[in-house]
Design a binder for this molecule. Structure first.
Ligand code: NAG
Ligand code: ZN
Length: 431
């Protein structure tokens, strides 16, 4: 990790500005920034300190880095107050409407001056996955600053987006920014648990209002630095599709028995062989190029001397955009090829459709040009696949252009030591 938080803000700001002025004419690839009015992106010392402190949260009270266990009546009012205290201009601007949706999620509608332009939407989420104190260099909800990094659960997933978007808007508004193109900012509160009360409700609300979007930008992919041997410069990947998912339970029922007279095959043995056949076919390291299979639970047995009647395993598939839930299920059954193994789908969804990334794709081209103007060292921007699931899947009815990108540098060493536990700190530029 070695990228300033300020860059994230700059990206959000340049994106907002660029979108405001992008021409609808042909040849988007080269035109997006040509006529952008320049609101200077210089920040005062005071503004820089305020940005940094905002990401850390409020000492002694519910902060932007909240655990799901904090979801409750206090979250809404505290977070509301925190946001309106940090971003007073956003909340008092007459052309911005703020709504609370599904009790804890937020929707901002920013009305542009040209209603003929199709609006776009920026997404971020408020919630985080739980964080026990073990394994952290600092208490996970402290928002502590050490050696130029801010440590805390949620700093990169996804308070950086949330703060970056709102701060960019606040600072632009202070500088008399009036967008031409309308846009929405949607902040879900339950992204980590499928988003059914947040993003799904916001999506339903917008669909009921007849909204169609030019494109959506959400978290999901990064700037990769040092991952590909021989590639010296970092490259940015903008995900244009999201993998699907199946949580599949495999179950074997046999007659129970005593371990003193074991049958030739036990429920555990049959299941283990089935799971083994499934796993042999895939390598987890190929997550980006194929469907992956992971055994996540294995339950059987109650006593040391009883051969259990039931053995269950749960396998988690992440489905590549070229495949469907039905295809993967059929493949799994064919590979297991044992009638004694029952298949129960616990939950499943297909991969998202692939968003356009050609020369005429407004959202993609705008992101590409914005990335290259904020990070001049990046000369490669590629479309890719997101290996995890985001709130954006709830908005498929609203747009054909969903782009997943978070302007953070990922390096193999930080990936190994921190990413698995999401203890990845955000670095800001020293000021
Ligand atoms: C998308 O639109 C269809 C048709 O109106 C509707 O049946 C479906 O529920 C919508 N899906 C979502 C996820 O909103
Ligand atoms: Zn996230």
């Amino acid at each position: 990790m070695a990228r300033p938080y300020i860059c994230l803000l700059a990206l959000a700001a340049v994106l907002l500005l660029g979108i405001a002025t992008i021409s609808r004419s042909r040849g988007l690839r080269d035109k997006a920034h040509q006529s952008a009015p320049r609101i200077p992106s210089q920040f005062s010392q005071e503004e820089r300190v305020a940005m940094k402190e905002a990401l850390k949260g409020e000492p002694g009270s519910p902060s932007p880095t909240l655990g799901p266990e904090d979801l409750g009546s206090t979250l809404s009012s505290h977070f509301n107050k925190y946001l309106s205290k940090l971003f007073p201009t956003v909340f008092k601007t007459s052309f911005i409407r703020h709504e609370v949706v599904g009790e804890y999620s937020h929707l901002f509608t920013v009305h542009g001056s040209d209603p003929s332009l199709q609006p776009y939407m920026l997404l971020a989420h408020i919630d985080v996955v739980p964080a026990p104190d073990e394994g952290w260099d600092v208490p996970p909800f402290s928002g502590l600053e050490r050696n130029g990094f801010i440590y805390g659960r949620g700093t990169i997933d996804n308070k950086n987006s949330l703060m970056g978007i709102l701060q960019a808007l606040e600072l632009l508004l202070i500088r008399n920014y009036i967008p031409r193109r309308s846009f929405f900012i949607a902040l879900g509160h339950d992204e980590e648990v499928m988003g059914v009360n947040g993003a799904q409700k916001i999506s339903a609300l917008l669909q009921a209002r007849g909204v169609q979007l030019a494109f959506i930008v959400d978290e999901g992919s990064f700037i990769f630095d040092g991952f590909i041997p021989g590639l010296k410069n970092p490259f940015a990947m903008v995900s244009v599709s999201e993998k699907g998912l199946i949580n599949l339970m495999l179950q074997v029922n046999t007659t129970p028995g005593h371990s003193s007279a074991p049958p030739k095959e036990t429920s555990i043995g049959i299941l283990a062989a089935a799971v083994n056949r499934l796993m042999e076919r895939n390598f987890v390291t190929n997550a980006l190029v194929r469907t992956t299979t992971a055994l996540t639970m294995f339950n059987s047995g109650i006593k040391v001397n009883v051969i259990p009647a039931v053995a269950q395993a749960i396998v988690n598939f992440r489905i590549h955009p070229a495949q469907t839930v039905q295809e993967v299920l059929k493949l799994a059954k064919d590979i297991v090829a044992d009638d004694r193994v029952q298949f129960h789908v616990l939950n499943a969804f297909d991969p998202s459709p692939i968003s356009p990334s050609d020369d005429q794709a407004l959202g993609y081209q705008l992101l590409r040009q914005t990335i290259q103007s904020v990070f001049p060292e990046i000369n490669i921007v590629v479309p890719g696949t997101c290996v995890v699931s985001t709130d954006s899947k709830h908005y498929l009815n609203l747009t054909t252009g969903i782009y997943l990108f978070n302007p953070l540098y990922l390096q193999p060493q930080s990936f190994r030591t921190r990413f698995h536990s999401w203890q990845l700190p955000v670095k800001y530029r020293h000021i």
